[in-house]
Design a protein around this ligand. Structure first.
Ligand code: AR6
Length: 165
């Protein structure tokens, strides 16, 4: 498996799957969630409504609508509450279950945003370590390429340091 780092907008990625940082109700919102629904069109929301709910740390899959990716995997990261509310295990589970769901659907390349590090307030350095370690430790053999797509400079710099050291 190859791990790559990119800076920019995940909606432009041509990977088999892109991952969305969603909420439990899959009802859309701001940040990367808003960008994905705006760029992908109403077909994604229609499937989200049919699915209805996703537990924190779990993942569900929908069409990617008009996006260049084949599928969107929606995962729900934990809200940061200081670190003693199982946040680390829940965030790790987002990456693990998303990778497993991709493999199960025969999707071999997958792009991740920096889950929970926006509105949900997860400290970026801690979140990045969990993301990188979980991908390295748990990616099923079918996964060929993982791209971390960082939207903000701070996350990009953190990932650059983590991946190059
Ligand atoms: N492409 C890639 N990354 C992005 C993009 C984009 N187009 N836009 C923002 N980011 P957030 P969360 C980065 O807030 O913290 C939503 O309202 C951003 O810089 O999108 O998991 C949902 O509906 C940040 O590093 O997600 C939920 O209610 C990262 O994406 C809630 O926010 C995650 O920030 C989820 O909060």
């Amino acid at each position: 498996m190859r791990i790559e780092l990119k800076k920019g907008d995940i909606t432009h990625q041509e990977t088999d799957a892109i991952v969305n940082a969603a909420n439990n109700e899959l009802k859309g919102g701001g940040g990367v969630d808003g960008a994905i629904h705006r760029a992908g069109g109403p077909a994604i929301m229609k499937e989200c409504q049919e699915i209805g709910y996703c537990e924190t740390g779990q993942a569900v899959i929908t069409t990617a609508g008009k996006l260049p990716a084949k599928k969107v995997i929606h995962t729900v990261g934990p809200v940061w509450k200081g670190g003693d509310q199982n946040e680390e295990a829940l965030l790790s589970s987002c990456y693990k279950t998303s990778l497993e769901l991709a493999a199960k659907n025969d999707l071999k390349t997958i792009a991740f945003p920096n889950i929970s590090t926006g509105v949900y307030g997860y400290p970026k350095q801690k979140a990045a370590k969990i993301a990188v370690n979980t991908v390295k430790d748990t990616a099923p053999p079918k996964i060929e390429r993982v791209i971390f797509v960082c939207f903000d400079d701070e996350n990009h710099e953190i990932y650059e340091n983590l991946l190059n050291n």
